[in-house]
Write a protein that binds this ligand. Structure first.
Ligand SMILES: Cc1ncc(COP(=O)(O)O)c(C=O)c1O
Length: 403
């Protein structure tokens, strides 16, 4: 007899499942690996970090004073640093409304946990980051989707959004800029979404892990928090992408307590933080210095690199018969459309990515991981050279399989 594990832990994070269990690269492959899987900016691809980030944590290690527990929701200094960094004169943030978490993942878990009772529902984007569903499943919360439309710069289909709001919908979750779409909403579109939330009296969870990372001047990044004084919202973010240190696992939940609607939510977030406690004390202690000393130049360079890679990748892939890249304008990804009917022996996006890995040793994620069909996602937080080499291999692959 074996112990039956709790059903609520039988959750599937499709990306991690594919990465760690389904699409194992062959270490003996004759071609070198091109890994366009995880959105992980790395030094070897030109995404180094400013020295002051290293200095900040080394200083804390050497001080010997940051090895203990901190307040469950994070130190006052670290929470104040987040409030100062993301607050504005028009929209100041109270450090008591900030909670430090294990990356944006932890922040999302806390946000969904505190807003939804078992049996409640969250509206999530499709295609979308695939962590939302397993969090919901784990918490006994259900979800439904609104679609992001590729022909419309991946803007949300507002009709499905409205139509899918039910009496038990407790939050509309938006992710802007988007993973996997590599897109950024316009202000008008954001206002339209806020109007829906306002009309339905539903709070929003805004996953802003790619805060500021739009490189299309016509669609600049704007935080949802700056556009409404009436919709209560929880914004989540982290050091992961914008400071290029995803492994440091430091994120935050910022509560915008519009109309004091979230007084009790803030109280419960504080209690909930006491279960797993805070992220690493050393990183927390480094936060004020990281925010204060990383110069604007880092973000300018980061966006420039992403923009260049996005243009090179789009141009190269546009020349390949059988694939339809959609130019990205934000975040770290590009979606590429395929039509299985164009190929002799490709069943769907999963089959496409598995065969591309087996034959060309190129790792990409099928859009099934993001709960949509007939696309695959490539990262663009890599070098233009890697994207060009990928284009060559992808072209050879398509030519071998096209009808
Ligand atoms: C949209 C989105 N939200 C959240 C996360 C998780 O971020 P973190 O690594 O800070 O937990 C990611 C990571 O890729 C992401 O793309």
């Amino acid at each position: 007899m074996k112990h039956t594990p709790a059903e609520r832990t039988n959750v599937l994070n499709p990306i991690r499942h594919v990465l760690e269990r389904e699409m194992k690269p062959n270490p003996k492959h004759e071609k070198s690996m091109i890994n366009l899987g995880l959105g992980e900016p790395k030094k070897e691809h030109g995404y180094g970090i400013p020295q002051c980030i290293n200095d900040a944590i080394i200083e804390q290690v050497n001080s010997g004073t940051c090895n203990g527990y901190t307040q469950a929701s994070g130190t006052v200094e670290a929470r104040t640093a987040v409030a100062t960094k993301f607050g504005t004169t028009e929209n100041p943030i109270d450090p008591n409304n900030v909670f430090l978490t294990f990356g944006t993942s932890g922040a999302l878990y806390n946000a969904i946990a505190v807003l939804c009772e078992r049996g409640d529902e969250v509206l999530v984007p499709r295609p979308g980051f695939p962590l939302y569903q397993p969090i919901c499943e784990n918490l006994g919360v259900t979800w439904s989707h609104y679609d992001l439309v590729p022909e419309n710069n991946w803007e949300a289909d507002l009709e499905t959004m409205k139509a899918n709001i039910k009496p038990n919908t407790k939050a509309i979750l938006v992710n802007n800029p988007s993973n996997p779409c590599g897109s950024c909403f316009t202000k008008d579109h954001m206002m339209a979404i806020l109007q829906i939330a306002d009309d339905a009296r539903i709070p929003m969870i805004c996953d802003e892990v790619y805060y500021g990372l739009s490189y299309d001047e016509t669609r600049p990044f704007i935080s949802f928090s700056s556009l409404s004084k009436t919709v209560p919202m929880i914004c989540t973010g982290s050091l992961s992408k914008i400071y290029c240190i995803p492994g440091w696992r430091c994120g935050w939940t910022i509560v915008y307590n519009n109309s004091n609607y979230f007084d009790k939510v803030i109280d419960n977030l504080g209690k909930h933080s006491m279960i797993l406690l805070h992220p690493t004390s050393l990183v927390q202690a480094s936060l004020p210095k990281i925010f204060a000393e990383v110069q604007e130049e880092h973000f300018v360079n980061l966006k420039l690199r992403l923009k260049t890679a996005s243009e090179v990748g789009f141009e190269r892939l546009s020349k390949i018969k059988g694939v339809r890249p959609i130019k990205s304008s934000a975040a770290m990804y590009m979606m590429v459309g395929i039509n299985p009917d164009d190929f002799k022996d490709i069943e769907d996006d999963v089959d496409f990515c598995k065969k591309l890995l087996a034959e060309e040793n190129c790792f990409t994620f099928p859009s099934t991981c993001f709960l949509s069909k007939n696309f695959f996602r490539v990262i663009i937080c890599t070098s233009p050279e890697v994207l060009n080499e990928f284009g060559d291999r992808l072209e050879a692959f398509c030519n071998a399989h096209l009808k």
